[in-house]
Ligand binder design. Sequence first.
Ligand code: GSH
Length: 253
Amino acid sequence: MTQPIELYFWPTPNGWKITLALEEMELPYEVKPVNIGAGEQFTPGFLAISPNNRMPAIVDPDGPGGAPISVFESGAILQYLGRKTGKFYPRDERARVEVDEWLFWQMAGVGPMFGQASHFRNYAPNLVDDPTKIEYSVNRYNNEVGRLLGVLDRRLDGREFVAGDYSIADMALYPWIKLAAIFGQDMSAFPRARAWIERVAARPAVQKGFAVGKDLRKPPPAPGSDEQKKIAQALFAQTAASTQSAIEKAKQG
Ligand SMILES: N[C@@H](CCC(=O)N[C@@H](CS)C(=O)NCC(=O)O)C(=O)O
C-alpha cells in the first residue's frame, strides 16, 4: 500500500502550491501543521528536513529507490512531484524549459515581491509608530507587483495557461496571483490574468487544495496586541542570532 506523503504545511500561498499539486496528482498525503506564528518552524525535527525554517516541506516515504526522501522549497517540491508522477511537468525538453522558466519566475520574482508587498501593506503599518516611514517600501513593492502582473497578463495573451498545458508553473503562481487584489492591485487592469484566475479556480483539485488548512487559520490578532507583537517577532524580526536562540529554545522543548 502506498504510504501518504507527509506535508509540512501552514495555510499560506506557499503552502497551498503543494496542496494544489498533491490534489491534482491524486497523491495521498497527510498534513503536518507547522504553526509558524508559534515558532514551530524552529523545532529540531522540522529543521532536519527544512534547514531554512520555512514551510512547505515534504517527506515522501516512497522516494527514489523505495527509500524516504525529504524536500524543502516549494519549487523543488513541485518539480519532484512532477517528476515522480509524470504529471503537470512535461518530459519533452522544450516544453519542460518553458515550465521551468515560469516556475522560476514565480519563485524568484512573484513570490518574494508579493511577499514584501503584503508585508508592507498588511503587517508593517501596525508595527511602526509612523506610517510615513514605510511609504517608500509600500510604493516600491506595490509597483513591482503591478509590473509582474503586467508581465503575466501579456504572457497570457492567446494562452490558456502560462506554459503549455496546465502545469506546476500555474500551481506555483495561482495562490499568489489570486491574492493580488488584497495587495491593493486593481485587477481590472489585467483582464487576461483575471480570466486565468477564474480558469484555474474552476478546477476541482484547486478548490480542494485551497480549502486545506481552513481550520488552522485564525483571524489576525488585533493591531498592537501582545499576540500580534509575538507573531511579528517570530516572523518579521528574524536575525541569525535570534534564529539560533529560537533553535536552542525549541531544542529544550
Ligand atoms: N522560498 C520558500 C518560501 C517559503 C516561505 O516563505 N514560507 C513562510 C510562510 S509563507 C514560512 O514558513 N515562514 C516561517 C518563518 O518566517 O519563520 C518556498 O517557496 O518554499
